[in-house]
Design a binder for this molecule. Structure first.
Ligand code: ADP
Ligand code: MG
Length: 253
């Protein structure tokens, strides 16, 4: 189980004032659970993921995975694909593996499954944005992560490309059963992907509402059932997307 318990995360002062980014933020995820985090811009979503990955350790709080500090078995995917432009597609994916020689075949199979078999040796600069995201997705999954953290990974893609990537993500997740924490500001995307949607408040960020989603899969952001749930949530909590919800009821979806 992933357990996040952050009493306070402060960015110390830069020319005058410090900023309390997160406060009293508690979040858990069961093994294999797909959790989406939704919150307004600047509420601390990226801050939270950086703390969970361990890129930032400066906080008053604790993050554990199966009782321990999360170690190497974390896959991450950011808003930009962050590929090394001087390495080929295959080399980019192998870069994160412990033993590139031994994992080469598996990496190739994974890239083929993601319809990148024809560009294994191409450089990222030659690929479309959608293909670059697929490479980043393969790189996140190649280590078979216990925990996968995703920070708005599909923004600025056209809708069909984003739909296809979401379907690939869900396919990989269903096979590997990684625990996923996926950040988005798009509530339809969150409902389409998640087992549970967690809403964050405006800064300082904390979880103000958790909504389990039990709609059958596959789901897409424009499915009638997804849109209906979104409307229902916004009707019950008109300020939800601004991070202003103060109640914490559990809603059955
Ligand atoms: P989100 O991802 O939800 O949009 P962030 O986690 O990126 O929000 O940022 C939360 C707040 O913390 C913002 O006000 C941002 O300006 C501030 N912040 C983020 N990173 C730093 C940093 N390294 N130093 C100072 N302030 C930061
Ligand atoms: Mg962010």
């Amino acid at each position: 189980m992933l357990e996040i318990d952050i009493a306070r995360k402060i960015y110390p002062d830069r020319g005058g004032r410090s900023h309390v980014a997160l406060q009293d933020l508690h979040l858990t995820a069961q093994p294999g659970e797909f959790v989406c985090l939704v919150g307004p811009s600047g509420c601390g979503k990226s801050t939270l993921l950086n703390l969970v990955v361990g890129l930032d350790a400066d906080m008053d709080g604790r993050v554990t995975l199966e009782g321990r500090t999360p170690g190497k078995g974390i896959g991450v995917m950011f808003q930009e694909p962050r590929l090394m432009p001087w390495l080929s597609v295959l080399e980019n994916v192998l870069l994160v593996t412990a033993d590139p020689q031994r994992e080469r075949e598996r990496a190739i199979e994974l890239l083929q499954a993601m319809e990148l078999g024809d560009v294994l040796h191409a450089y990222p600069g030659r690929l479309s944005g959608g293909m670059q995201r697929r490479v980043a997705l393969a790189r996140a999954f190649v280590i078979e992560p216990a925990l996968l953290l995703m920070d708005e990974p599909f923004v600025s893609l056209d809708a069909p490309t984003a739909d296809r990537l979401r379907a690939m993500l869900v396919g990989l997740w269903q096979r590997r059963r990684s625990t996923v924490v996926f950040v988005t500001h798009d509530l339809r995307e969150a409902i389409a992907l998640a087992d549970r949607v967690c809403f964050l408040s405006a800064a300082p960020g904390r979880v103000v509402l958790e909504v389990p989603v039990s709609l059958p899969r596959p789901r897409a952001p424009n499915d009638a059932a997804v849109l209906a749930l979104r409307e229902r949530l916004l009707a019950q909590h008109p300020d939800l997307l601004a991070g202003l919800t103060t109640q914490e009821p559990e809603i059955d979806a």
